[in-house]
Each structure stands twice: as structure tokens, then as C-alpha cells.
Design a protein around this ligand. Structure first.
Ligand SMILES: NC(=O)c1ccc[n+]([C@@H]2O[C@H](COP(=O)([O-])OP(=O)(O)OC[C@H]3O[C@@H](n4cnc5c(N)ncnc54)[C@H](O)[C@@H]3O)[C@@H](O)[C@H]2O)c1
Length: 289
């Protein structure tokens, strides 16, 4: 979808990080923006900093009724909606079997149900208007194989699948409406720093096994498990070195929307990891003959 002045966009998770940067990039194009976030004060401050033609709405995207009210509020204030960025997200770590049920539900509620709620609230409005574009945020974790972040990886895979399905359905039932799934690599935000800053002190000792943390799920590992896990920390530490600014990620996302591309990543040089995963699936499927 071509972006132009006068359009209206809704961005969830807009108080921080990538969502905030997307809102700023949209305002720079004179697009009116509704900023939604769990953090009421923070999102109000961001909206105020972006000036008039913005609106802040405190919201939990996991709650369908709140997302529907977000759509109603958008229509009451601006009378149209052209773009929705289902960007709000959260993470959890640990081996699959050790993550508590409440943690699974929390991550599922935000990362999957939050996206579904956004699609359900906004796509009918777009179909009625005959135009629009839905942007759902997944992750490189949604197209590659990882470890120790199953709630995040599984929900981000779900976002890819949801968006692929939505894209196909819209192409048949409402061809004027586009869909894009964002698969960021490391972007310098609070979410990334919450992961890497906990790891950096553990990397200080170089090759020797660092002391085991006394908090969080890493504390639950037996000493031999910790010794086998510790070498994997280097890859996590590498994320910080590869991180790009959120403003750069926002520009890449908007370029993909303008080009009507289904998939976009901030780190194209990691694409071979996605093809390695698909190749492993295909190889085992063919071996099943
Ligand atoms: N930063 C990265 O390296 C990275 C990489 C891949 C994917 N992502 C994805 O990008 C998106 C944005 O992440 P970010 O890095 O900007 O994180 P962030 O923590 O900086 O910002 C996320 C925002 O979402 C809001 N939020 C969380 N739960 C919410 C809820 N239930 N309802 C409404 N708002 C809620 C938070 O308050 C916060 O303002 C997420 O979906 C994340 O999974 C980020």
C-alpha cells in the first residue's frame, strides 16, 4: 500500500521500541497515528511528543473487547483506518517443559491472541472501505529453529502462519487489502536489552564456564546442564553486536508495506537460517517415502 498524508494508522506496543519508531516514521509521512499500549502514561507521552493528529489509547491487546474499543475509538476520532500494526509483544525463556502454564498463557495471549484480536477488529473495517494493510510482528524466531525460548518461538511461528493465511484469504475475498509479517532480527530496544544485559556479565570470563546465575530459569539447571548450556551464551551475546536502531527497522518495515511484500526482516543476511530449517523439514519428509 502506498503511504501518503491523510491516512490513519493504528500501532500497538507504541510506547517503546519498534512500535514507537514506526509511529514516528508514520508521523514523518504526515499519517495520523493511534498509539496503543499497556503502559498508559508512557504511550500518552509518546503521542504528545508526536504532536496533533495522534491519539493514545491504553490497552491490553490480549483482551478482545479492549481491541474492539480501540477500533471504535479510532473510527470516532479519525473516521477511517488504513493501516494496523499488530506490534505489541512479549517473551519468556526456559526449556519447554519448565515454563509455567501461566507464562505460556501470558505470552500466547499477547503474541497470538493480540494479533488475532487486531485482525478481527480492523480487517472488517478495511474490507468495508475497500483498502487497508495489516502488519503483524513476528520475529526471526518465527522462521528459524531455536532453543530455550519456546513460548516466544512458538507464538512467533503462529504469527507467520496467521499472516500467510490472512494474506491468502484477503487475496481471494478482499484483494484491495494487503498483509505483511515482520520478522525482525535483533533491534536495539528494551526487549532485546532485557535479554542481552543479563547475559553480558556472564560472558566476561571468556572460554571458562561462568558462574551460574542464582535467579531466573538458568538457576534451575543442574551444574552439568549449566556447563553444557553456558557455551550457547556467546550466541545470545552476539545479538547485541548485531542490533540495529529501531528507527532503521521502522523504515525497513514501511518500505515493505509500500512494496506490498508479505515478509520483511531487518537482518536479510540471516535468511539462510530460514532456508536451512525448511531444507531439514523437506529432507525428512522425503525420507518418509
Ligand atoms: N527488539 C528485537 O530485537 C525484536 C526482535 C524480533 C521481534 N521483535 C518483536 O517486535 C515487537 C516490538 O518489540 P520491541 O523490541 O519494540 O519491544 P519493547 O519491549 O521495546 O516494546 C514492546 C511494547 O509492547 C507493549 N506491550 C506489551 N504487552 C502488551 C499488551 N498486552 N498490550 C499492549 N501493549 C503491550 C509494551 O508496553 C511495550 O511498550 C514485539 O512483537 C517483539 O516480539 C523484537
Amino acid at each position: 500500500m502506498k503511504l501518503h498524508s491523510g491516512q490513519v494508522a493504528v500501532v500497538t506496543g507504541a510506547a517503546n521500541g519498534i512500535g514507537r519508531a514506526v509511529a514516528e516514521a508514520l508521523r514523518a509521512r504526515d499519517i495520523r497515528v493511534v498509539l496503543a499500549d499497556l503502559e498508559a502514561d508512557a504511550v500518552a507521552e509518546v503521542a504528545a511528543a508526536l504532536g496533533p493528529d495522534t491519539l493514545s489509547v491504553p490497552i491490553d491487546v490480549a483482551d478482545a473487547a479492549q481491541v474492539r474499543r480501540l477500533a471504535d475509538t479510532t473510527m470516532e476520532r479519525f473516521g477511517r483506518v488504513d493501516l494496523v500494526f499488530n506490534n505489541a509483544g512479549t517473551a519468556a525463556g526456559g526449556p519447554v517443559w519448565a515454563v509455567e502454564p501461566e507464562e505460556w498463557q501470558r505470552v500466547w495471549g499477547v503474541n497470538v491472541q493480540g494479533v488475532v484480536n487486531g485482525i478481527r477488529a480492523f480487517v472488517p473495517l478495511m474490507i468495508a472501505a475497500g483498502r487497508g494493510h495489516v502488519v503483524n510482528t513476528s520475529s526471526l524466531a518465527g522462521v528459524t529453529t531455536g532453543m530455550f525460548n519456546a513460548p516466544y518461538a512458538a507464538t512467533k511461528h503462529a504469527v507467520v502462519s496467521l499472516t500467510e493465511t490472512l494474506h491468502g484469504e484477503l487475496s481471494v475475498l478482499a484483494p484491495g487489502i494487503g498483509a505483511t509479517v515482520v520478522c525482525p532480527g535483533p533491534v536495539d530496544t528494551r526487549m532485546l536489552r532485557s535479554i542481552t544485559e543479563g547475559i553480558e556479565p556472564l560472558l566476561a570470563d571468556g572460554d571458562s564456564t561462568p558462574p551460574q546465575p542464582t535467579e531466573g530459569w538458568l538457576a534451575s539447571l543442574a551444574p552439568d546442564q549449566w556447563a553444557r548450556f553456558a557455551p550457547a551464551l556467546g550466541a545470545v551475546g552476539q545479538l547485541a553486536a548485531e542490533a540495529i536502531p529501531a528507527a532503521r527497522a521502522a523504515e525497513m518495515i514501511l518500505a515493505a508495506v509500500e512494496a506490498d511484500r508479505l515478509y520483511v526482516t531487518t537482518h536479510p543476511h540471516w535468511a539462510p537460517q530460514a532456508s536451512d530449517r525448511v531444507a531439514a523439514i523437506v529432507a525428512d519428509m522425503q525420507a518418509s517415502a
